[in-house]
Write a protein that binds this ligand. Structure first.
Ligand code: ADP
Ligand code: MG
Length: 374
């Protein structure tokens, strides 16, 4: 489909980070049982590091001598990759660091990126060990494509880098509340959804976004290997502290006229995703690609009935939610967005991790990172 891939050099040196507590706490056993032999037979030498605490992977990514590694691979859920990406972006040499090919092996309870890259490879749906084998096989093949990142600005001015999602309301609540069912594996999201439906909440807030004028236009040739120019230009001597986010005004300033402003109202959920899958059985953004340069923005407004909301989530398994004819569901392709919660308490997540609650805005950086896929 015209995707331009590079190949990992051979033999390549891979650093694999395993979170022993992710999912049902079996990531290490799953690695030994299904991936180890495959990598050895494919002649892919690797070094295994078992994370010892939260943010361990983030520190490793921030401090690692990256000249030693051809790829950084995580065997966990999406949370560990979020740590690695943010560790890389905190480095002075982030412009080079974020170019190190990243890989994912599903070992967690939330394996959205693994499910997405499996889907992009045009293979029939797979779950559990089969999904792991598919991702292990992609790692052996070593094809590298581009990955969009989204920078997220919080009210405290903290900046985060996200590869998957920004969620408020129902989806964020389910993601965090269902952590206590982590031991059941990926089905925790369905359990969480049923529990949350019983106590359905609405959230008052404001939403605005920069729509994509013509999302059907094919991306420009060469874009996949051309990350956007960083702040201050690539040739300046002092390293840029972070990539520029030219689409975003200051968080306390109004959004530009080119943005669409949704009237203040009650929402059941606001969900921005930039990969096809939000979980192994949630095909959320059917048209999404790893580097389509798009934020797929969904929101559901108050007034949706419980059965209608449940139907949407059940239809999502086969990507059929947009065809449900639900008048409360809105879908837009955007480049940037701003969310201002008015309800004083609630949950906002980035890539499934809780962040500070309050106004938040985000913009896409097409192809800023690189991903082993295909
Ligand atoms: P899951 O899909 O099961 O939630 P994640 O990869 O998202 O798996 O990891 C869950 C959380 O565990 C993340 O917040 C991550 O930062 C954290 N974490 C990583 N390594 C460890 C560790 N060794 N001990 C405890 N928590 C860890
Ligand atoms: Mg997680």
């Amino acid at each position: 489909d015209g995707v331009v891939y590079a190949e990992l050099r051979r033999p390549c040196r891979v650093l694999i980070l395993v979170n022993p507590h992710s999912g049902r706490g079996q990531a290490l056993q799953l690695f030994s049982a299904h991936v180890q032999t495959m990598l050895t037979e494919a002649g892919v030498p690797y070094t295994l590091v078992i994370t010892e605490h939260q943010n361990h992977a983030r520190e490793l990514a921030r401090k690692a001598d990256l000249s030693q590694w051809d790829a950084l691979v995580i065997m966990s859920g999406d949370g560990l990759l979020f740590e690695v990406i943010n560790g890389l972006m905190e480095r002075e040499d982030w412009q080079q660091a974020i170019q190190v090919p990243l890989g994912i092996l599903p070992g967690g309870s939330g394996n959205a990126l693994a499910a997405s890259i499996h889907h992009y490879s045009q293979s029939p749906p797979a779950w559990n060990e089969e999904l792991l084998l598919s991702c292990g096989f992609m790692l052996c093949k070593g094809l590298v494509g581009s990955l969009d990142l989204v920078s997220v600005q919080l009210a405290s001015r903290q900046r985060l880098y996200s590869f998957l999602s920004l969620a408020w309301g129902f989806v964020a609540d389910v993601d965090i509340e269902s952590e206590k069912y982590r031991h059941v594996g990926p089905i925790r999201f369905l359990m969480g959804t049923l529990v949350r439906l019983a106590s359905l909440r609405v959230y008052q807030g404001r939403l605005a976004y920069l729509p994509v004028r013509d999302a059907r236009r094919p991306p420009k040739a060469g874009r996949r290997s051309d990350p956007e120019p960083p702040e201050g230009g690539a040739r300046t001597r002092t390293p840029a502290p972070a990539p520029a986010a030219p689409l975003l005004p200051a968080l306390d300033q109004p959004v530009p006229d080119s943005w669409t402003v949704v009237r203040e109202q009650e929402f059941v959920l606001v969900l921005a995703v930039y990969q096809s899958h939000l979980a192994e059985d949630l095909w959320t953004a059917p048209g999404a690609a790893a580097d389509d340069g798009l934020i797929h923005l969904f929101y559901v407004t108050a007034g949706v009935s419980r059965p209608a909301l449940l139907r949407l989530f059940l239809a999502m398994e086969k990507g059929g939610h947009l065809a449900c004819g639900c008048p409360h569901l809105v879908y837009e392709r955007v480049r940037a967005l701003r969310l201002e919660p008015v309800t004083p308490q609630g949950m906002i997540t980035v890539d499934g991790e809780v962040v500070e609650y309050g106004p938040v805005q985000a913009q896409i950086h097409p192809g800023l990172a690189r991903l082993i896929c295909g």
